[in-house]
Design a protein around this ligand. Structure first.
Ligand SMILES: *Cc1c(COP(=O)(O)O)cnc(C)c1O
Length: 487
């Protein structure tokens, strides 16, 4: 008599014997057809993977004679599925139902439609990225963004003296680097290497992902000269710290936090005047880089680039993919002589961006020039009223029919995210979902496991969806996915 253990062992050996070899499988008609379609090496790899999986399943006792027979009958399908999975890009679209508009982990700003048109006409071909078509000679890649930024500055009369248009043409330049961290590094290195930069102790910030002002300062070769205290810094503090070693006064926007209570900060006008008097440039690390007045969207306290330049900052650095709503980039706008020095710095060569980014930025800035704010998804999402979102939430709830699900509409708040406007929230309506027999966590895992994955918030043991950050044509996708979870 065999013990049960040995019997199982024998059975397993038999099962292993039933597995075809890779070569045998590749000679089979169905698999050969896959080779014709996908090429031999992906099919061989997939075949190996599928056989290895079956071997594992036999070893762990998951398959018996009958189920192995079924698995082998469907082996062609399994191989094809494996091929498609292996060839699927790892970077995939997701539905952002978190209500966080600039979600750094979800790629910050989604880009405007016009960006894709511009990319598709320029990126797949040669372009005049750095070629002056008039002179037939080498040109500068900055011109594509620089000219549009000047138009924006001019159209808003950022400079009050004389003809705004002319003034802007003469004085403001813009260059583009990889991100705002790079922009700050380039500005400090160019303007202050070997010298001192004065910064208020209330502005020695860390922005997510290890961007810290003292660290960037050290890397730039400039010396940080802290003044004032965490909560209060007066203009006199800056004034007393200026020596012949001073190269810059730096203001860092408190993008992702606030200081409240007994506080004081030198005003922009005071800083700018001091810089002028002592002939020291004043630079602002603005961060989020809005190009329109965000008060129109109910967001207070978030300065915009044009206002900063108008107020007299010599140079402003900001991100392309925060409130500007474009691709990841760092923009440096300001006094032409200073920006030209940055362009000539060899570090600029290391930080410069590709034609894809220029194309994306150019199309985004063109939308601003045309005042097509609805065309920029970030601005569009900010501008949605609670009423509009409620109507969509109600339609979604009406579209989900499942006895196991409970859907409810709640008042809630969306946030800007991306280290911008930390205390500004936008009123919204949330769809709260609960499902009999599933925890909120399990429910959110299932939503995330769908195709496309849906990223939701979990609040007070409930999954909540904020449609503010969902594109309207995705509402139906969500309704179908939610209904599917409970079945
Ligand atoms: C976001 C931010 C940065 C970093 O910008 P990235 O484009 O993410 O590199 C730097 N400074 C401030 C004030 C910011 O808000």
């Amino acid at each position: 008599m065999h013990s049960e253990k040995t019997m199982k062992g024998t059975a397993k050996t038999d099962l292993f014997r039933k597995l075809p070899s890779v070569d045998e499988l590749l000679r089979e008609q169905g698999v050969a057809a896959l080779v014709a379609r996908h090429g031999s090496s992906p099919v061989t790899d997939a075949t190996r993977t599928v056989l290895a999986r079956l071997r594992e399943e036999i070893a762990s006792g998951l398959l018996d004679d009958a189920s192995l027979g079924l698995a082998l009958a469907g082996v062609n399908d399994a191989i094809e599925k494996q091929i498609l999975e292996a060839l699927r890009p790892s970077l995939r679209p997701v539905i952002n139902a978190t209500g966080v508009i600039l979600h750094t982990n979800l790629g910050r700003a989604p880009l405007a439609e016009s960006v894709f048109e511009h990319l598709s006409t320029t990126a797949g071909q040669f372009s005049n990225l750095e070629f002056d078509l008039e002179k037939g000679d080498r040109g500068q890649r900055d011109v594509h963004v620089d000219r549009l930024f000047r138009k924006l500055v001019a159209s808003r009369g950022a400079f009050d003296t004389g003809s705004a248009e002319q003034e802007a043409q003469d004085t403001v330049s813009t260059i583009v680097v990889n991100n705002n961290a790079a922009a700050v590094l380039l500005a400090l290195n160019t303007l202050a290497e070997g010298g001192e930069v004065i910064v208020s102790r209330g502005e020695l910030v860390e922005i997510g992902g290890s961007f810290r002002i003292p660290d960037v300062m050290a890397k730039s070769g400039a010396t940080l000269r802290e003044v004032g205290t965490t909560n209060r810094t007066r203009i006199g503090d800056y004034e007393r710290a200026i020596t012949e070693r001073t190269r810059l006064l730096l203001r860092v926007h408190r993008s992702n936090f606030e200081i409240k209570g007994f506080t004081e900060q030198a005003s922009t006008a005071e800083l700018v005047n001091l810089g002028r008097q002592r002939d020291v440039p004043v630079v602002e690390d603005l961060g989020s880089g809005a190009l329109v007045d965000l008060q129109n969207f109910g967001i207070n306290g978030e300065p915009n680039v044009l206002d900063s330049l108008r107020a007299g900052f010599d140079v402003v650095t900001y991100s392309g993919d925060k409130l500007l709503g474009g691709p990841q980039a760092g923009l440096i706008s300001g006094r032409r002589d200073l920006v030209t020095r940055m362009r000539k710095n060899s570090l600029f060569r290391a930080l410069r961006v590709d034609k894809l980014i220029y194309a994306a930025l150019e199309a985004t800035l063109l939308a601003y020039v045309k005042r097509d704010y609805d065309g920029i998804p970030t601005l569009k999402m900010m501008s949605l009223t609670k009423g509009e979102i409620t109507a969509r939430a109600e339609a979604l709830v009406a579209n989900v029919h499942s006895p196991n699900l409970q859907l409810e509409i709640l008042d809630g708040e969306s946030v800007i995210g991306g280290g911008a406007a930390p205390s500004s929230v936008l009123p919204t309506s949330l769809v709260a979902i609960s499902c009999a027999g599933l925890s909120a966590n399990e429910l959110s895992v299932r939503l995330r496991g769908g195709s496309p994955p849906i990223i939701a918030r979990v609040e007070q043991e409930r999954v909540v969806l904020d449609l503010r950050t969902v594109f309207p044509d995705q509402d139906r996708v969500i309704a179908t996915a939610v209904a599917g979870i409970a079945t």
